[in-house]
Write a protein that binds this ligand. Structure first.
Ligand SMILES: Cc1cc2nc3c(=O)[nH]c(=O)nc-3n(C[C@H](O)[C@H](O)[C@H](O)COP(=O)(O)O)c2cc1C
Length: 233
């Protein structure tokens, strides 16, 4: 697969096969992750690779619980009638063979305390770059991923930290399943801007519109000056 296809072909996969992922492939996606840029090369990341079946099942069950309670009910305020069909999409997560948990770990005392918020923002950018690399490499290898940020909403992932023995100073930022899957490439229709500007929490149709498609380049790209269309005279 070409690099471009690996990047643009990625989509968030929810339905996995239970086939184990070969250790060499897990190592390869991690190699891609740690090749990412980071502030002053501080590499503020750590990865917990979970493949032990009982642990994997606990992580899956936890992500589904957190999705239902924190994302669907509290954050998106989805009407109760929609919570059940929404959460059914996560039914197969229990058979995922592997999860990768991405943690922030500050190893370098890079800047004075006055800049700690800046450093945290930069660390999260670095972790995002690492995760994007990991996901592209996984797509290249025929593996699916999906970014789960929901543990952050639940006491900063305290349950997962305890379950996996992550030290107090470690901060769980994201979790992704990693596994083979049969989900077809996702359709990426052009998404109208109104899908975002018209979003209303608690409205299931607005949520569906928000999740469908991607904005066109000309909605998000400006040339030379903000608001100037590329190719404009
Ligand atoms: C920071 C971040 C947090 C996310 N958290 C969740 C989550 O908790 N649960 C979930 O199902 N998807 C989560 N996602 C996945 C997004 O919903 C998904 O990427 C988005 O709908 C676009 O779909 P795509 O990944 O197929 O392009 C998260 C993505 C990001 C970048």
């Amino acid at each position: 697969m070409q690099t471009f296809e690996a990047i643009t072909g990625r989509h968030g996969v929810l339905r996995y096969r239970s086939t184990p992922v070969e250790p060499e492939r897990i190592e390869r996606v991690l190699q891609a992750a740690v090749a990412a840029p980071s502030t002053a090369n501080t590499q503020p990341w750590e990865f917990v690779v979970v493949t032990d079946p009982p642990l994997v099942r606990q992580v899956a069950a936890y992500l589904v619980r957190t999705q239902e309670e924190f994302v669907f009910r509290r954050l998106l305020e989805a009407p109760e009638a929609f919570v059940a069909p929404l959460i059914r999409q996560y039914d197969d997560l229990g058979q995922v063979p592997c999860f990768i948990v991405l943690c922030r770990h500050q190893r370098v005392d890079l800047a004075p305390p006055a800049y700690s918020a800046v450093i945290r923002d930069w660390d999260l950018c670095s972790l995002g770059a690492a995760m994007a690399n990991l996901m592209a490499a996984a797509t290249d290898l025929g593996l699916g991923t999906r970014w789960f940020g929901n543990p952050v909403m639940d006491e900063g992932g305290a349950f997962l930290k305890r379950l996996l023995g992550v030290p107090e100073a470690g901060e769980i930022v994201a979790v992704t399943p990693l596994g083979y899957h049969d989900e077809p490439a996702k359709q990426r229709p052009r998404q109208p801007l109104e899908a975002l500007s018209g979003f209303r929490r608690g409205d299931a149709r607005k949520l569906a519109a928000l999740l469908r498609g991607k904005l066109a380049l000309d909605e998000v790209v400006h040339c030379d000056r903000y608001g100037r269309t590329c190719g404009e005279a």
